[in-house]
Design a protein around this ligand. Structure first.
Ligand code: NAD
Length: 283
């Protein structure tokens, strides 16, 4: 079998176009324009690049760019004050604190100040709790992108054996919760899992969110499985995923490439979350 490719650039562009159309309809119906406040503290070059691409995507979707930049030597109190102001500002639908924050600050304490209805990254303890309970709320962007790719390709989630490799709060845990909510039989594997190959090769849907280049090979994948590779690893050979793409393509039925698979979905889902946040606040 040669796996078909799940093209995240195509699916991400469709989501972005759909959000832009929905934002236009929302505003035309007399609602306030959705606005996203990205908060960047300091000048970490990688963070600056990520924030710039989020801002550009916002503007393209008709969402107001309400970016905030604080100097890297700001105090924790200054960031607390800014987040509280943004939380109270009706023009701000969503707040995204770009992590990591400078060393003198506590990123998780600051993130926790973002009200659940403005938590477009879906990473606050309240949002994680809503997800765990299956209560509607804003879901983390990369895991939402994984589900969107599966849905776009008509992959049956209900009843499927799903194995998620990685248990981070950012990707592994929330994607496992989202698959569970869709009635998959979910196993979470991690660095202490015995017989990773045996566990993974049970999967109808295999999601890799590890950060180890080409960790999963053909021996980890059941014939015909759907393989979603969240990993982004910089190597001498360029960007590679957690899955050995060449070897696994010969076994799987559907597979995401790296780059161009899950990566483009994250910002697309952030835009959708910003519109959902605007709707939540209007309720
Ligand atoms: P993390 O380091 O927080 O978590 C990695 C997880 O992998 C841990 O739970 C650990 O137990 C598990 N793990 C480590 N080594 C293992 C091994 N040998 N066998 C099995 N499990 C092992 O990483 P993260 O934030 O979840 O990110 C994972 C990957 O996804 C990274 O490559 C990251 O760059 C990428 N990522 C991509 C996007 C995107 O596409 N937009 C977003 C977030 C993260």
């Amino acid at each position: 079998m040669t796996a078909a490719i799940i093209d995240g650039k195509v699916v991400g562009a469709k989501v972005r176009a759909a959000v832009a159309a929905d934002v236009a309809a929302w505003v035309a119906a007399g609602n306030r324009q959705p606005g996203l406040a990205t908060v960047l503290v300091g000048d970490d070059p990688a963070s600056a690049v990520y924030v710039a691409s989020k801002r550009k995507a916002c503007v393209e979707a008709g969402i107001a760019d309400l970016h905030q930049h604080l100097p890297g030597d700001s105090s924790q109190e200054a960031v607390v004050e800014l987040i509280q102001q943004l939380a109270a500002d009706p023009a701000v639908s969503g707040i995204l604190l770009q992590l990591p924050v400078p060393k003198q600050m506590h990123g998780s304490e600051l993130t926790a100040l973002i009200p659940a209805k403005k938590d477009v990254d879906g990473l606050t303890p309240v949002s994680a709790g809503l997800l765990a309970l299956g209560v509607p709320g804003l879901r983390p962007c990369t895991p939402s992108g994984v589900i969107e790719l599966l849905d776009h390709h008509g992959v049956q989630i209900e009843g499927a054996e799903a194995v998620v490799v990685g248990r981070s709060d950012l990707v592994g845990k929330p994607v496992a919760q989202m698959l569970l909510q869709r009635s998959a039989t979910v196993t979470i594997a991690h660095s202490r899992t015995r017989d990773l190959e045996g566990v993974c090769s049970r999967a109808d849907i295999l999601v890799a969110a590890v950060g180890v280049p080409r960790l999963l090979g053909a021996g980890h994948v059941k014939a015909g499985a759907v393989v979603i590779d969240v990993g982004i690893n910089r190597t001498d050979a360029g960007l590679v995923g957690d899955v050995d793409f060449e070897a696994v393509s010969a076994v799987a039925s559907l597979i995401t490439p790296v780059p161009g698979g899950v990566g483009p979905m994250t910002i697309a889902m952030l835009l959708r979350n910003t519109l959902i946040a605007a709707e939540l606040q209007a309720q």
